[in-house]
Design a protein around this ligand. Structure first.
Ligand code: NAG
Ligand code: CA
Ligand code: CA
Length: 244
């Protein structure tokens, strides 16, 4: 645009020179009009060359502040912070549901020990174990019918009882544990009568302990009796086994 204005200015300069002739050396003045009627206009000259570029202009005033730019991209994730202070203990929770029923215990069989036996004949000998040979129950064979003794195989608390029919003679009977009488029963026989002598006890036994009945004392106190319809019995069983 500036270049085009410069060209137009150069083209306009000669016409002004025609209106105001200036006498300058080297520039021929035009002849006055009318003096030369035969004057013919010459061929227009060529446009002059472009002048040298002008000096740089002064710096313009700063423009208005631009609009705020778009937010930048999200930066990388920061480092993990330090562990905070432990909080206060929470309130107690509700009780849980009842658990499932447990499996049957494994020791049901090994902790069984029981016997129940009876007399089959009169007892004639004192101070020896009474042999009960009528077997009501002796599944574990912890009672030995050949000796009349119970053998402890499972340590624990045992219950023993006896019910003796008394006939013809008095009865003094005791329950022995490890060669020592621990329970005594006495019944006096009355003529033409049948009596019963009985006793029961709880004893703690260790493995190997033996328990039996025996007529004790001096004299004839062996009136223990049994027949088909009058029994004399001896019973024992494990109540609680010891827990290791
Ligand atoms: C045994 O008991 C019966 C009753 O059941 C009786 O008749 C009998 O006389 C008793 N035995 C003895 C020796 O008394
Ligand atoms: Ca009596
Ligand atoms: Ca009686």
């Amino acid at each position: 645009m500036l270049l085009l204005q410069a060209i137009l200015l150069l083209l306009a300069l000669p016409s002004r020179g025609q209106d105001v002739p200036v006498d300058e050396p080297g520039v021929p003045s035009l002849p006055p009009k009318g003096a030369c009627t035969g004057w013919i206009a010459g061929i227009p000259g060529h446009p002059g060359h472009n002048g040298p570029p002008g000096r740089d202009g002064r710096d313009g005033t700063p423009g208005e502040k631009g609009e705020k730019g778009d937010p930048g991209l999200t930066g990388p994730k920061g480092d993990t912070g330090e562990i905070g202070v432990t909080g206060a203990e929470g309130p107690r929770g509700f009780p849980g549901n009842p658990g499932r029923k447990g499996e049957p215990g494994e020791g049901a069989y090994v902790h069984r020990s029981a016997f129940s036996v009876g007399l089959e004949t009169r007892v004639t000998i004192s101070n020896v174990p009474i042999r009960f040979t009528k077997i009501f129950y002796n599944q574990q064979n912890h009672y030995d019918s050949t000796t009349g003794k119970f053998h402890c195989n499972i340590p624990g608390l045992y219950y023993f009882s006896y019910h003796i029919t008394v006939y013809m003679k008095d009865v003094k009977v005791s329950l022995f544990k490890k060669d020592k009488a621990v329970l005594f029963t006495f019944d006096q026989y009355q003529d033409k009568n049948v009596d019963q002598a009985s006793g029961s006890v709880l004893l703690h036994l260790e493995v190997g302990d033996q328990v039996w009945l025996q007529v004790y004392g001096e004299g004839e106190h062996n009136g223990l009796y049994a027949d088909n319809v009058n029994d004399s019995t001896f019973t024992g069983f494990l109540l609680y086994h010891d827990i290791d």
